[in-house]
Write a protein that binds this ligand. Structure first.
Ligand code: KG4
Ligand code: ZN
Length: 349
């Protein structure tokens, strides 16, 4: 069974051809075409520009992926496409492309929730040299999903695949967005997450003195919600006070920012873990590429001696492998394995 995954929710045009016999998976080809350089000069993603680029690149990348995988399109059994959440004009390009292709090849189109894709990305244990992936990690339910991306920050209770309850989410900026805005205030290029992370790492390595103090928003609130806009404003005031920050001050701010958000994320995750007897923690979203946050979650896993599944760094960002995988699981796993019915449910409130 071969699934074509299509992801166009933001500024990545991504396609993946994934083969499965129901147990093992093999990536026939996987392409992520980033538009980052185009959006960089605007300091963020411009939806209409993203749309134009997706429309231009989808047919080109489709030809390319067929060539790379050495299969003809008649071999594709179904299409899994991101249906949302994401930038609407961008999403539609993938959906329209998938629908037209599905019609032409007379194969089903499976809608996949982008956040489910991020959840499922944490199940990939390893990608072998021959691009095969054996034994996806098994989830013991109930599981807790921690989703941290450019658009979302959510704690989600997963009763079984396809059955979700949002326990808490950000009341303003998403975590990745807060990283990006903080970077922008320091004139660092888009996307700012990796830039802030680099500076923070240098601050730790060079043992730069801690002169900046930032708040830990909602750390002690009783609920499981997050807020990052106050933190961003605190960075703004700090920078106003400083004037033009030195390299050392930028490193100090970055480390303090990273420490603050890590502390909040871990504390809220801990609180969620204590609210139910979760068997597994699944982490997903672009921000989990951050090595400081990864380490903090790994430490948490050790402390609770439980399974915390953190995606391989190559699949933390937006990609079509996670979409193809979510679509494949949805249509191949029998329900008694608890995997069926990934899909149409929106993780939005
Ligand atoms: O999941 P993703 O690729 O796209 C969305 O679905 O939003 O997440 C992108 C976000 C961006 O805000 C980016 O700055 C952030 O993930 N990000 C990071 C790092 N790498 C990417 N944030 C912090 N540290 C990183 N190393
Ligand atoms: Zn994403």
């Amino acid at each position: 069974m071969i699934t074509l995954g299509i992801e166009t929710s933001c500024d990545e045009t991504a396609l993946c051809l994934l083969e499965t016999d129901g147990n093992n998976y093999r990536i026939l080809a996987n392409i992520v075409h980033s538009q980052m350089n185009l959006h960089k000069e605007y300091g963020g993603v411009v939806p209409m520009l993203a749309k134009r680029e997706h429309i231009k690149n989808l047919p080109i990348l489709y030809e390319k992926i067929l060539k790379e995988s050495n299969i003809t399109e008649e071999k594709i059994d179904r299409i899994a496409v991101t249906q949302g959440p994401g930038l609407e004009p961008a999403l539609w390009t993938g959906i329209v492309f998938a629908k037209e292709l599905g019609k032409r090849l007379n194969i089903p189109v499976v809608p996949v929730n982008h956040m489910e894709g991020h959840i499922v990305s944490s199940l990939i244990l390893d990608i072998n040299k021959d691009k095969s992936m054996e034994d996806l990690r098994k989830i013991d339910f109930p599981a807790l999903a921690v989703l941290i991306s450019g658009g979302h920050t959510e704690l989600v209770s997963v009763e079984e695949m396809g059955s979700y309850k949002i326990l808490g989410s950000t009341v303003d900026d998403a975590l990745g967005e807060a990283f990006d805005k903080t970077a922008r205030m320091m004139n660092l290029p888009y996307p700012g997450g990796p830039e802030v992370s680099k500076l923070a790492e240098q601050a730790r390595k060079e043992n730069i003195p801690h002169n900046i103090k930032l708040p830990r928003p909602m750390l002690h609130s009783k609920d499981l919600n997050f807020s990052f806009s106050g933190l961003k404003t605190a960075v703004l005031y700090t920078l106003r006070e400083i004037g033009t920050p030195t390299e050392e001050q930028m490193k100090d701010i970055s480390r303090e920012f990273e420490d603050a958000v890590t502390e909040v994320m871990i504390s809220k995750t801990r609180k969620a873990m204590e609210s139910n007897s979760y068997q597994t923690i699944l982490i997903g979203g672009g921000v989990i590429a951050n090595s400081h946050i990864r380490k903090a979650f790994e430490k948490l896993a050790q402390e609770y001696s439980m399974n915390i599944y953190i995606p391989l760094t190559e699949v933390t960002g937006d990609n079509a492998l996670m979409i193809a995988l979510a679509g494949s699981i949805k249509t191949t796993k029998p329900s008694d394995e608890g995997f069926v019915a990934i899909g149409n449910l929106s993780l939005e409130n």
